[in-house]
Design a protein around this ligand. Sequence first.
Ligand SMILES: NC(=O)c1ccc[n+]([C@@H]2O[C@H](COP(=O)([O-])OP(=O)(O)OC[C@H]3O[C@@H](n4cnc5c(N)ncnc54)[C@H](OP(=O)(O)O)[C@@H]3O)[C@@H](O)[C@H]2O)c1
Length: 374
Amino acid sequence: MATHPAITATGIKQPLTVINVPTRTPQGREVQVRVEWVPAAPLDVYQVDAGLMAEFPQCLGDSGAGTVVATGPEVQHLSTGDRVFGFFFHNAHEKGQQVYITAPEHLFGKVGPRHGSLRGCGDLPTNFCTSFYTLSDKLQLDLPWPRPASFTPSDVDRPILIWGAGSSVGHFAVQILKYWGYTNVLVTASSKHHEKLKAYGARHAFDYRDPNIVASITSCISDYVGSGNGGSLRVFDTITSKHSSLAPIAKIATLPGSIVAAVLPVVINPASDPAGLQLSADLAAEAEWAPGVQVHPVISYAYEANEFLRDHLQPDIMATLLAQGAIEPNKIRIVDGDSLLERATRAMEIMRSGTVSGERLVWRVWTAAEFPEY
Ligand SMILES: NC(=O)c1ccc[n+]([C@@H]2O[C@H](COP(=O)([O-])OP(=O)(O)OC[C@H]3O[C@@H](n4cnc5c(N)ncnc54)[C@H](OP(=O)(O)O)[C@@H]3O)[C@@H](O)[C@H]2O)c1
């Protein structure tokens, strides 16, 4: 049986290791991709330090970019040699931090000459999908695809708050809203990101560390909320920290009919806290929500339940917006190391430290020098 190396977590807080895992031959509409770049993601830390959605030994990563090396007999849109990026998550064969993944073709977008570097594309899929799915499905915003010529959303001036727009998920959300024409987008982020976020389409930017942030945002939106000028508030919490995002949002989003969507898990304590990482899955219980406010947890793996998004989000919407320059990937920082294990371990340590700000860590999985046999 053919095998290949995979970064694997063997238990909670255990050092990462490399093991050889079976290489799945693509069936039906599956493609086999040699993974060249992966992003480091907060989920890596949640899995290794808290066992979130982990069954040890657990291979890590749900996003990446690489080259198609084999296709199943029913594949329609991809060919051997295509460069692709993808968000893949069904099973162990689809984890990104391994030399080969085998996954259905709808989980990939094709990287063309106008998409920029493969390493830059590797950052995109998970967080773009999360943002698009949340804005369209959970917050019920008007994002038709393809966007009709001269399109204006029916609630064009509805106030929409993106909490944590400095994050990878958040910065895609702001750009998506601009593309579809929403005009009253408010964001929270460190001040150093405000200029860039306004260029992406944010109308107002607030520093989430400001002790008066609840009053500042409430005052800003009072002109719009409930005035008939766009109606109630929509909030996308891209951070979901019990203390530093959910608590203030619960005080801001109080008008009945408002909708809050927040990515899971709820972070009670981050990994950088001396008390250690502590997570919760109970969004409703982790803040005092006002009556009449809808609160939706987001697990982006669920986007495939929407058949249109399943078929179009990665191969079509994401790939097209990136090629058009309507969506800009995050600034990237390359994590180097002499071996696959060294790169993965370094990336994990930086993610744990909580120092990533306005950038994405990316690192190489397959390299010709380290793995010439693949
Ligand atoms: N449930 C799902 O399906 C799903 C999918 C994707 C991601 N996620 C989760 O979404 C979260 C964000 O992921 P990511 O990859 O986008 O993270 P990321 O880019 O690594 O986020 C880092 C950013 O978070 C910002 N930040 C930290 N605390 C903040 C706070 N209290 N308020 C506002 N901003 C804050 C910082 O902004 P500044 O630089 O402005 O300080 C920093 O730039 C993670 O918890 C991840 O696990 C969940």
